[in-house]
Ligand binder design. Structure first.
Ligand code: CU
Length: 181
């Protein structure tokens, strides 16, 4: 549309061209009118702190006696332990840069495999930081691919189209409260 405006303001060229250019400007203005109220989303950095959390693991068998049977031969958790990523749903808009702070507070190894974006080891008692760009709209599953933790330990990255951002540059913005005593 900017190009059409420049044509309309030009003193060069034949008068007929000015008429055509003027009509184009009007058409462009009408198109803008239809889009009125729609915000322009500016991609931003989003930080997600995701922690690997034990949910039902062997160390808890004294606390939850039913787990002895669950983990035993033929039990519903035989050969498995249940962990979770907390939070398990991450939401961003396309174009956002995601800073992932992945915390593994316990002594077992976990992994963080995010479809098409990242494949990371999370050693025990460590924080792994990675940055990815949400370049495609869609649902992207992330899992810990340690066999004993599958299929329990997973989550989803939801990447929304920017046109769906509700308002302004800060749409969906959330900043953690400042730390302190
Ligand atoms: Cu795991």
């Amino acid at each position: 549309m900017e190009i059409e405006r420049r044509h309309a303001g030009s003193r060069r060229g034949r008068p007929g061209l000015h008429l055509i250019a003027g009509a184009l400007v009007l058409l462009g203005a009408a198109a803008c009118g239809r889009g009125a109220g729609r915000t322009t989303y500016r991609a931003r950095l989003r930080t997600f702190t995701v922690t690997a959390v034990p949910v039902l693991i062997k160390e808890q068998q004294d606390l939850y006696p039913f787990l002895k049977e669950d983990f035993g031969e033929g039990g519903v958790l035989a050969g498995k332990e249940v962990y979770a990523f907390q939070p398990s749903v991450l939401v961003a808009y396309r174009g956002d840069t995601l800073r992932l702070e992945l915390v593994n507070p316990e002594d077992d190894l976990h992994t963080f495999a995010l479809d098409g974006h990242a494949a990371l080891d999370l050693p025990g008692q460590s924080t792994v930081v990675d940055t990815v760009v949400a370049s495609r709209v869609g649902l992207f599953r992330f899992v810990c691919d340690i066999p004993a933790h599958s299929p329990f330990m997973y989550g989803q990255l939801v990447v929304l189209p920017p046109r769906d951002a509700p308002s302004g540059d800060d749409a969906g913005r959330w900043d953690p409260p400042a730390g302190g005593d």
